[in-house]
Design a protein around this ligand. Structure first.
Ligand code: AMP
Length: 420
């Protein structure tokens, strides 16, 4: 499958050539024809699969053709996304893929003054990329009208839900024209997201790509058992290896991210932290430095790292394990993007053993252990063995007394206890 097979117009093919894209990713191969044919789409895909191009390319193509036919007035496409970083990246994608077309686009998000954004809107745009809060705000002030809208993209729907944007989305929906093409993307499909999809999509085609485990399979992973207070020494020693060219480090807290960045910088390793407490400008600056490889190490919390899109990210390090196992998959999915392979290291202290177990359960395999490193802790390793034993004992008990779901289990257990 090539981009020519997808019947893309010459200006877009030229732009993709400039980007050095050779073949469409699976989601692009599946979704682009569906969107070009005018169908609604339910895309189950996470960042890193090439989904931004999958929706922006056909939208640009359709708008370019409408432009040529002289049919353009007002905002035609709205892309709603949860974070500023994602919004900026989507806007950059529209700029790249639409470089040789005259499709106009702009991005709006909160946390900065609105004047440059409203000035851009006044000039007229075809595509508006927005985060929910600022969008509703500017609609309320009369700067944005959506009555001319033809395409609506809801990006990272599950993340929207996690971040508490569901009410904003529900407020927005009645403001959109009923007759429109809707593209809905989510990495996971919990029931609430499914209900939302049913509400806003009309007879959609479904596209599902790279379920988490297959993304994970491409990444070389290892776990380092290490005590909490030794983690910083382990990180510093790993970063002495210069083959770790571009490293994204995840910490659980903002405070933790700052602390790690401070200590690394003191040892001469160029590192910056990115999280919600930093100003929008500081975050963007840190991200740009990382993208152009001025900074080798970026330390991030999960929310701040959403959508960080860096070419050739060589390593992801889980300095702290995430509380939610799916987050592990999202984190390490930042390396090994769009078919490339990547490497991830995960630090696990004694208190995190249960979190590691949840991750193993989700990905359906055990992450290989890095044995014999300088900061190895036996306590965490022993805790893993202990946990495994607990699970085995529990299973044994279940077999011994029967199933817990009927009364026999408790009766048999009591009898056994009496006997002993
Ligand atoms: P996304 O899932 O939209 O965040 O995209 C992930 C990354 O893949 C981005 O860095 C894109 O520039 C890159 N990408 C998207 N489509 C392709 C493609 N067809 N070939 C190579 N890289 C791509």
């Amino acid at each position: 499958m090539t981009f020519e097979d997808l019947k893309l117009i010459a200006p877009i093919r030229q732009a993709l050539q400039d980007e050095e894209y050779i073949t469409p990713t699976p989601i692009q191969a599946e979704a682009i024809p569906i969107i070009l044919n005018g169908h609604d789409l339910l895309g189950c895909a996470q960042t890193g699969t090439g989904k931004t191009a999958a929706f922006s390319i056909p939208i640009i193509q359709k708008l370019h053709e409408q432009h040529k036919a002289g049919k353009t007035k007002g905002i035609k496409a709205l892309v709603l996304t949860p974070t500023r970083e994602l919004a900026i990246q989507i806007d950059e994608s529209f700029a790249s893929y639409g470089y040789y077309t005259d499709v106009r686009h702009t991005v709006i998000f909160g946390g900065v003054t609105q004047n440059p954004q409203t000035d851009a809107l006044k000039k007229g745009v075809d595509v508006l990329i927005a985060t929910p809060g600022r969008l509703l705000d500017l609609i309320g002030q009369g700067f944005i009208k959506l009555n001319t809208l033809e395409y609506f993209v809801l990006d990272e729907a599950d993340r929207m839900l996690d971040m508490g944007f569901i009410h904003d989305i529900k407020r927005l929906l009645p403001l959109l024209p009923k007759k429109r093409q809707t593209l809905f993307f989510s990495a996971t499909m919990p029931p609430e997201i499914q209900r939302l999809a049913e509400k806003i999509l009309h007879d959609p085609e479904k596209v599902e790509v790279t379920p988490p485990s297959s993304t994970v399979d491409k990444i070389e992973q290892s776990v380092y058992y290490v005590e909490k207070k030794e983690k910083i020494k382990l990180l510093t020693s790993l970063l002495q290896d210069k083959t770790l060219e571009s490293v994204l480090v995840f910490t659980r807290t903002k405070h933790g991210a700052d602390k790690v960045a401070r200590v690394l910088s003191k040892t001469g390793i160029i590192a910056e932290a990115i999280h919600g407490n930093k100003s929008q400008n500081a975050r963007q600056r840190a991200l740009n430095n990382f993208k152009d490889h001025t900074t080798r190490v970026l330390i991030a919390t999960d929310i701040a790292a959403r959508g960080i899109d860096v070419d050739h990210l060589s390593h992801v390090i889980n300095y702290d394990l995430p509380n939610v196992p799916e987050t592990y998959v999202h984190r390490i999915g930042r390396t090994g993007r769009a078919g490339r392979s990547g490497i991830s290291f995960s630090f696990c202290d004694t208190e995190e053993v249960a979190l590691l177990k949840d991750i193993h359960k989700l990905i359906g395999k055990q992450i290989p252990v890095m044995n014999g490193h300088a900061f190895e802790t036996q306590t965490a390793k022993e805790a893993v063995v202990e946990k495994k034993k607990e699970i085995k004992d529990e299973a044994k008990k279940r077999n011994m007394y029967g199933s817990k779901s009927n009364g026999n289990y408790w009766r048999n257990k009591k009898r056994a206890q009496k006997r002993s």
